[in-house]
Design a protein around this ligand. Structure first.
Ligand code: GLV
Length: 335
């Protein structure tokens, strides 16, 4: 790390969007000047570049791109970029490190909320819940029927987790409670105690895709995972299988997913994230075999508050010359 420690009282902290007040209170309580973009729409790029000039810390939402341009606009006094998210594909971490800027994220505090949402998508897709809800709301006449909207049971079905970090593991625990078996693909084997608790087998990705009934993605968005799930991978899945994505949209080739659904190569998909977020591929919108959510993985009051306070604590630690609680170092599985 380079640069002098900034006395707490003089620090200027830019927050790129609204965060729970507890996070702002921590920053203000430490005596900093805090500048929060309070509109509900993302801060325009020009405005962001203007505001960060002279900042000592930036508390960033995942919608703010932190790159060379922004770091240059901020200036050499910048010490910390504290992302209010576990994923940090919006941050050029190498560019931060080149300037001695510490980058942090918020792992751990959103594990349960995101795993809950992934499990919800598993249930929604396999049991056709959104489709059923749409039917009721449509006002179309309906009556109970023996063969109406039959779904797929989870008991004995295999969950394939791609990226067995904290969130993938937390989903696997939930899936076990629903009677599923667990396989995972990860660069490293998980702790043997966790593998044994979950009865989880580690498989190469191609084998996992070919043998799972539900594939759930929990890997970070990196150049290596861009379109990790493309046409060939989708074609290798079971025609009865479902894909769930609560990680990042770029991990899936969305156009290939539309084609695969159209050809019946997989049975359905549950997506909380999109390749060109907030845009959604038009080919997904009219399909009954997909469930589409607006990036709600960590969206609970408790979790967002914990994320905001962790990000604030990270920024405060760096500004005080101490080690941050959750620095981003090498790329690791999301969660
Ligand atoms: C949300 O998507 C996060 O990365 O925290």
């Amino acid at each position: 790390m380079t640069g002098a420690v900034v006395p707490a009282v003089t620090a200027r902290v830019v927050v790129t969007g609204r965060i729970p007040q507890a996070g702002v209170d921590l920053l203000v309580g430490a005596g900093h000047h805090v500048d929060v973009w309070t509109d509900d729409t993302p801060i325009p790029r020009d405005e962001l570049l203007r505001r960060v000039a002279g900042a000592h810390a930036v508390v960033s939402l995942l919608t703010a791109r932190i790159d060379d341009e922004l770091l240059d606009a901020a200036g050499p006094q910048l010490r910390a970029v504290a992302n209010v998210a576990v994923g940090y594909d919006n941050i050029d971490v190498a560019a931060c490190h080149r300037r001695g800027v510490v980058a942090t994220n918020t792992p751990g505090v959103l594990t349960d909320a995101t795993a809950d949402l992934a499990m919800a998508l598993v249930l929604m897709t396999t049991r056709r819940l959104a489709e059923g809800e749409r039917l009721i709301r449509s006002g179309e006449p309906w009556r109970w029927g023996m063969f109406m909207m039959l779904g797929t049971g989870l008991q004995g079905a295999r969950l394939g987790v791609v990226g067995m970090g904290q969130i993938g593991t937390a989903l696997a625990r939930r899936a076990r409670a629903f009677g599923m078996t667990v396989a995972y693909a990860n660069r490293r084997p998980v702790d043997p105690a966790v593998a044994s608790e979950l009865g989880a087998v580690r498989l190469p990705l191609d084998e996992l895709l070919a043998t799972s009934d539900v594939v759930s993605l929990h890997c970070p968005a990196t150049p290596e995972t861009h379109h990790l799930i493309g046409a060939a991978q989708l074609a290798s899945m079971r025609p009865t299988a479902f894909l769930v994505n609560t990680a990042r949209g770029t991990v899936v080739d969305e156009a290939a997913l539309v084609d695969a659904l159209e050809r019946g190569e997989i049975a359905g998909a549950g997506l909380d994230v999109f390749e060109h977020e907030p845009a959604v591929h038009p080919g997904l919108l009219g399909r009954d075999d997909v469930v589409l959510l607006p990036h709600l993985g960590s969206a609970t009051v408790e979790t967002r508050t914990a994320m905001a306070t962790l990000a604030a604590r990270n920024a405060l630690a760096v500004l005080a010359g101490a080690d941050p609680l959750t620095p981003i170092g090498v790329v690791r599985p999301t969660g």
